[in-house]
Design a protein around this ligand. Structure first.
Ligand SMILES: [Zn+2]
Ligand SMILES: [Zn+2]
Length: 266
């Protein structure tokens, strides 16, 4: 296992992850990771996706939980959040992320007009929608996410492929290009998320072609397993490392209090 950080770890507060934060920390220690960042889903407000996230009233508990782990840990434990971008979320994201203790805010899109396109329970909706239009809507939301300047990195950049709903590569690259251009301009990092390897698509988010495009634009990268179970911490980081070196990367990003530092890959 390469000595890398895992910057995308969930907790039981999101209602669809198993194990206590200390179980995740133990796994990271056992695997010899450099450091970890908990990035649980932003709390639910106004009835937004309550099934997959903590309630608003649990936010302080989340902060206390991570603080508690930090105190007993020998490796650095960072405080992060995976914040969904959706129309009108800006004031809420701004308020939550203004909490000074955050190290990293991952931005992600999981919903298109209320359709949780990566939720297995809502998989049949894919039969009813146009593939290309769905990807277009997805990337236009990502572009708006990056424009807000509220997020440090984009998580799982090509998430709609999760169940195998892929676009042909040239189409995908032309659609993703404005988002990547904007990320480069705004200094927003890109997550190399290994959870795709555990999903039907069976490949890292984003795909190798997109990683190469990000490299051409010198977009910094960070590593995330998106662990929802302790044993998933650092999952397939060896493969991810190989892939990004192949794409030409020699550095990756570390975060502290939302400040990025680039360091050489191991
Ligand atoms: Zn996510
Ligand atoms: Zn996640």
């Amino acid at each position: 296992m390469p000595r890398l950080p895992d910057y995308h770890i969930h907790t039981h507060l999101c209602r669809h992850a198993e194990g206590s934060p200390s179980d995740y920390l133990d796994e990271a220690t056992k695997k010899g990771l450099l450091e970890i960042c908990f990035c649980d889903h932003m709390p639910s407000f106004g009835g937004y996706d309550p099934k997959h996230r903590m309630e608003a009233g649990e936010f302080q508990r989340y902060l206390d939980l991570i603080e508690g782990i930090r105190e007993v840990s020998s490796m650095p434990v960072l405080l992060g959040m995976e914040a969904d971008y959706y129309e009108g979320c800006e004031p809420l994201v701004e308020k939550l992320t203004s909490y000074a203790g955050f190290d990293l805010i991952l931005g992600s899109v999981h919903f298109l007009n209320g359709w949780g396109f990566d939720d297995p329970e809502q998989l049949p909706v894919w039969e009813l929608v146009d593939l290309q239009e769905t990807w277009e809507r997805y990337f236009s939301l990502l572009e708006r996410l990056v424009k807000t300047g509220l997020f440090d990195a984009v998580a799982h950049l090509d998430l709609p492929k999760k169940f195998g709903h892929r676009l042909k590569t040239p189409k995908l690259l032309s659609m993703a290009s404005p988002v990547l251009d904007l990320m480069a301009k705004k200094g927003v990092a890109m997550e190399i998320n290994t959870s795709g390897l555990r999903k039907p698509v069976s490949e890292v988010y984003p795909s190798f072609e997109l990683i190469k495009m990000a490299r051409e634009r010198e977009i910094p990268i960070l590593f995330g397993s998106d662990a929802h179970r302790p044993e998933e911490v650092g999952h397939a980081f060896q493969d991810a490392l190989r892939l990004i070196k192949e794409a030409g990367y020699s550095e990756y990003a570390l975060f502290r209090r939302r400040e990025m530092t680039l360091v050489p890959l191991p």
